[in-house]
Design a protein around this ligand. Structure first.
Ligand code: ADP
Length: 495
């Protein structure tokens, strides 16, 4: 694999969709500007894509506004809307190989992960929400007075959605599927690092019968296109996945403009707790997966590995051995577990955190450096003897860096695990039911995985406590982000 890192082959796929997708067709940006999207294996340009700015956001929002106010999308029967989404899921399955190649090329993730894990999850999630479209309805409510009271669940209107680069098409699907199922229209901005897969997918969605203007996809940068979308007075709702810092900015822009409601899925520093009774070999493998999956670029990465002192030494030895065995290399080679980080900015940031770990006195057990001389590959890195107040235990590193911390008893580990400002996810590894119950109730996190990690299911809600976000996506909970509830009250005669 070392040779492949230095001389990677060009993937067998054509990059055809690079313009903005507004009102049902591909168009250039108003300024005519483009920006490059890079291959993380080499830093070379894959393609130049149209760059949206405020004027393009305005065009896209106008298209979405018209498609919402004049229809037909919100006025089609829910069954018709659901059939569009079902057909879209079929088309995604049909083109899965090509999309997975684009996804791996643009983001650096292993092709097999994109093709075998993510694409099936995406079409499953689209079908899940397609199934909801015709099952969304209000209630008849008993009143204290002689009135007939009913609630109507209406779509909110135009949703602005901003997604990150770590799971480009998966995040696209989490955002658009519930919004469209409820009858909203959408302007979605992809992350500047990974614009390609969503542009491919939006074309398929129109082949599936989505009317023009209902979903508009724009590529561009945060401070320009992203903030124009957040400030826009004709946008009725925002949904964002990304960093906590940007999330705060988005909430502010929403508040200062038209007070549009905002759903936020932000960063994390999730604890993964290995209790004294755990099966160590399984715990090592799971903790490794919890942290290193997707090059460590997961908001819910199990990035604080707390290990009970009685099994600590054995755990560290085995975690180190597992990291040293991790198969890192060109994401298109079969069996590769880890590709390059997404871009030079992330790559440099991770290497800075690794230096900070060593400087602050943690023990570097494995890795610690870049791999090869090309692209953004980083060796799987393991630190032991990590203390809670070290930067590597506090900040979200978003890279392949496992930090192992020692604990003595339950109360202590609960306090320390909850000591983070974040609260996205947590992992608990134990064979004792009481320990599992105690920890899963005490941990302040939107998801607690017991004896498993990174289990994502379309029906299971996901979101954060504290600095990790507001609201929940996926499942039945994800629908409420895209619905207004209207109470209709009518006097009853002769009641
Ligand atoms: P990262 O630092 O990992 O790139 P960000 O939270 O900055 O994470 O990026 C996630 C998404 O948010 C991207 O689509 C990015 O373009 C967008 N974004 C960044 N800054 C802003 C901003 N000021 N307003 C709106 N969107 C933004």
């Amino acid at each position: 694999t070392a040779a492949a890192i230095e001389n990677p082959a060009t993937p067998a796929v054509q990059v055809n969709c690079t313009q903005l997708f507004i009102n049902g067709s591909f168009v250039d940006s108003a300024s005519g500007k483009t920006f490059p999207t890079y291959d993380p294996r080499t830093g070379d340009v894959i393609a130049h894509v149209a760059e949206a700015d405020a004027e393009d956001i305005d065009r896209a929002v106008s298209a979405a506004r018209k498609a919402f106010d004049e229809g037909p999308w919100p006025r089609m029967t829910a069954y018709e809307r659901s059939m569009v989404l079902f057909r879209f899921a079929d088309l995604l399955d049909k083109h899965a190989e090509e999309i997975a190649i684009l996804e791996a090329w643009d983001s650096g993730k292993p092709y097999e992960q994109a093709a075998n894990i993510e694409l099936p999850m995406i079409s499953r999630l689209i079908r899940y929400y397609a199934g909801w479209a015709d099952k969304i309805h209000g209630l008849t409510v008993p009143a204290d007075s002689p009135h007939h009271v009913q609630t109507i669940h209406e779509p909110i209107g135009v949703a602005g959605q901003i997604i990150p680069w770590n799971f480009p098409l998966l995040m696209f699907s989490w955002k658009i599927a519930p919004a469209l199922a409820c009858g909203n229209t959408v302007v979605l901005k992809t992350a500047e690092q990974t614009p390609l897969s969503a542009l491919y997918a939006v074309k398929l969605l129109h082949e599936a019968g989505l009317p023009p203007g209902v979903l508009n996809v724009v590529s561009g940068f945060g401070p320009t296109a992203g903030s124009a979308l957040c400030r826009h007075m004709q946008v009725d709702k925002l949904a964002f996945t990304g960093s906590t810092e940007t999330g705060k900015r988005i909430l502010e822009l929403a508040a200062r403009s038209n007070l549009k409601p905002v759903t936020l899925e932000l960063g994390g520093k999730s604890p993964f707790i290995i209790c004294k009774d755990a099966d160590i070999d399984k715990a090592v493998e799971l903790a490794h997966f919890a942290l290193f999956f997707n090059q460590g670029q997961c908001c819910c990465a199990g990035s604080r590995t707390y290990v009970h002192e009685s099994v600590y030494d054995e755990f560290v030895e085995k975690a180190k051995a597992r990291a040293l065995n991790r198969r890192v290399g060109d994401p298109f080679i079969a069996g590769i577990e880890q590709g390059p980080q997404v871009d030079s900015e992330q790559f440099e940031k991770i290497l800075r955190y690794i230096r900070s770990g060593t400087e602050s006195g943690a023990t570097l057990e494995a890795g610690g450096e870049r791999l090869g001389s090309k692209g953004y590959y980083i060796q799987p890195t393991v630190f032991s003897n990590v203390q809670d107040d070290m930067l590597i235990a506090k900040d979200e590193i978003f890279g392949p860096v496992q930090t192992i911390l020692k604990f003595k008893d339950m109360d202590e580990v609960i306090r320390r695990a909850n000591g983070s400002g974040y609260g996205l996810a947590a992992g608990v590894f134990t064979q004792d039911i009481d320990t599992a119950n105690t920890l899963s109730r005490a941990l302040k996190a939107g998801t607690v995985w017991v004896n498993c990690y990174n289990v994502f299911d379309a029906a299971v809600p996901f979101g954060g406590y504290k600095l990790s976000g507001q609201g929940r996506e996926k499942g039945v909970y994800g629908l409420s982000n895209y619905l207004q509830v209207k109470a209709v009250v009518t006097p009853l005669k002769n009641a």
